[in-house]
Write a protein that binds this ligand. Structure first.
Ligand code: ADP
Ligand code: MG
Length: 534
């Protein structure tokens, strides 16, 4: 679909400037469609995934509609969580950067109600609140719904899931009939349709299925690992890539807790986020995440809803998501606001099939990645450390330390040895074991030709399970008898009577000659190129 530029939207100069400051270049698909329809006064039901810019889609027309000469409540945004209320409010304030006389306030539970009452008394035209606390204020008459012209239900499906239906209805029933009702939801279950029927008038449906804004900027890879090696794999990738912020998804609360403990034990600044935490703990974690004192946030899908931090560099699927749509939701947490991002997925054994489902569902490319070795990581760290050393030298003020070095040199050590020892002390990790983490799943029932990387040739070996041959035997024989190393050997598919193995093109001649008539588990080997169609 066609997207609009913001300068095609006849915005006031104040809004136009604010949006420019926010770094938005053009409107997202949902914004391109929704803004004009909301401006026309119609009710709207919008469906689009996380990260598609819904906040500004309703925020721009909502704030435009406020009558600055009237200090009474004019618009109400309802959303499921306190985090979301704060985020929406922050985005609204950015939109209002150059606009005077519009007051917006977040209204949520957990904050002292007196403070909110004082703020509301001063006159607030737009509130962003969670349903429970909004009702609280309605009952105290500190919020009067009689003057409301527009109401927005953001993440409506989530609010219903959280049991807010009655509260929402109570609030809507208190508002004037001739108001505008806007609803946004990632999914359209029965409950949403019912709300639409009961509370909207001839609504326009807007649906943007694909997340056109974020997906193209995300580099996606999967890594095949053993379950026990996942944490090590995660740490290596983080060490290698050095991301500012990483968001790691686990499928259960228990796994979140376990992983957080392991990561903290390894010295990472990691915290977990899931439904069992108290609001206060959640706020604490989110605060640390926002101000950058946290490197790794580990979360479940549900808890991560509503997290809206722009600077997540890598999303890790520590566990493959159960559902393809979750995959999209998860990776949409990175590459926001026009930035690029990465999404890395760990795959254990058969889960490779789930990854293929995701690929066919999303039509995106998810490449197979290779996990870095400790050597790779050390090289990266060495580079960084060398830069640090040079910077310290350039800074000067080293006299005191030169003295110490001179004393060591006087004992007959060279300057080079001293430097090397210091670098080793900083970089070398005795406890680390450089195991090769890469692991490829071999389905023995079906040769997976589609995983036969380009440049690989499939060879047929006349021995199989009946001859008690296992993958290690094949790798051992190939590496022992020919010039190929274990790492270069592609997938190995062992059947009852025979085996297929993928070999890089350039080694085929070597392997065919080297293996011919050699013995494997006491049997003579016959090896040849596999026939097509096998
Ligand atoms: P949603 O509510 O659909 O999940 P948000 O409104 O939270 O999405 O927007 C996601 C991110 O994209 C936010 O960081 C927001 O500032 C940014 N964003 C919104 N609109 C645009 C745009 N037109 N261009 C670039 N970034 C945008
Ligand atoms: Mg949103």
């Amino acid at each position: 679909m066609k997207t609009l530029r913001f300068d095609e939207m006849s915005l006031s100069p104040e809004f136009a400037r604010a949006i420019k400051d926010m770094g938005f270049e053009e409107a997202t698909p949902i914004q391109s469609q929704a803004i004009d329809i909301i401006r026309s006064g119609r009710d709207v039901v919008g469906q689009s995934q996380t990260g598609t810019g819904k906040t500004a889609a309703f925020g721009i027309p909502c704030l435009e509609s406020v009558d600055v000469n009237n200090s009474r409540l004019q618009a109400v945004i309802l959303c499921p969580t306190r985090e979301l209320a704060i985020q929406i409010c922050e985005e609204f304030r950015k939109l209002l950067k150059y606009t005077d006389n519009i007051k917006v306030a977040p209204i949520y539970g957990g904050q002292p109600i007196d403070r909110q009452i004082t703020a509301l008394r001063k006159g607030v035209q737009v509130i962003i609140g969670t349903p429970g606390r909004v009702i609280d204020h309605m009952e105290r008459r500190t919020l009067k719904m009689e003057t409301v012209k527009m109401v927005v239900l953001d993440e409506a499906d989530e609010m219903l899931d959280m049991g807010f239906r009655e509260d929402i209805e109570t609030i809507l029933n208190r508002m004037p009939q001739e108001r505008q009702t806007i609803m946004f939801s990632a999914t359209m279950p029965e409950g949403i349709l019912k709300l639409t029927k009961d509370y909207q008038v001839d609504p326009e449906h807007i649906r943007v299925v694909h997340k056109e804004m974020t997906v193209p900027l995300i580099t996606q890879m999967y890594f095949e690992v053993r379950e026990q090696a996942k944490t090590e794999a995660l740490c290596r990738l983080i060490d290698m890539e050095n991301p500012g912020l990483s968001l790691v998804f686990c499928n259960t609360k228990k796994r979140v807790d376990e992983l957080v403990e392991q990561m903290q034990g390894r010295g990472y600044f990691a915290e977990g986020l899931h439904g069992d935490l108290k609001q206060q703990q959640r706020d604490f974690v989110m605060k640390k995440f926002r101000n950058g004192t946290l490197e790794v946030l580990v979360a479940t899908d549900v808890a991560a809803r509503g997290i809206d931090v722009d600077d997540i560099d890598i999303v890790f699927n520590y566990d493959v998501p159960q559902d393809e749509e979750y995959y999209i939701h998860r990776i949409g947490r990175t590459a926001r606001a026009g930035k690029s991002g990465k999404a890395y997925t760990f795959v254990v054994g058969r889960e490779i099939y789930k990854v293929r489902d995701i690929i066919s569902f999303t039509h995106v490319r998810i490449a197979r990645g290779k996990l870095p070795s400790l050597g790779d990581i050390e090289a990266v760290k060495a580079n960084k450390f060398a830069d640090e050393i040079k910077a310290v030298i350039d800074e000067g003020h080293l006299a005191k330390y030169v003295n110490i070095a001179e004393k060591i040199i006087a004992e007959d050590y060279s300057a080079l040895d001293i430097a090397a020892a210091l670098i080793k002390m900083r970089l070398h990790d005795d406890s680390a074991e450089d195991i090769d983490l890469d692991f490829q799943y071999h389905d023995e029932r079906k040769p997976k030709r589609e995983f036969n990387d380009r440049g690989m040739i499939r060879l047929f070996i006349n021995l199989g399970k009946k001859n008690k041959v296992n993958p290690r035997d094949i790798v051992g024989a190939l590496a022992g008898e020919t010039g190929i190393s274990g790492k270069q050997i592609g997938s190995i598919d062992i059947f009852d009577d025979f085996t297929f193995v993928d070999i890089p093109k350039e080694y085929v001649a070597d392997v065919l000659m080297g293996m011919q008539n050699k013995k494997l588990k006491g049997n003579r080997v016959k090896i040849e190129r596999a026939k097509k169609g096998k």
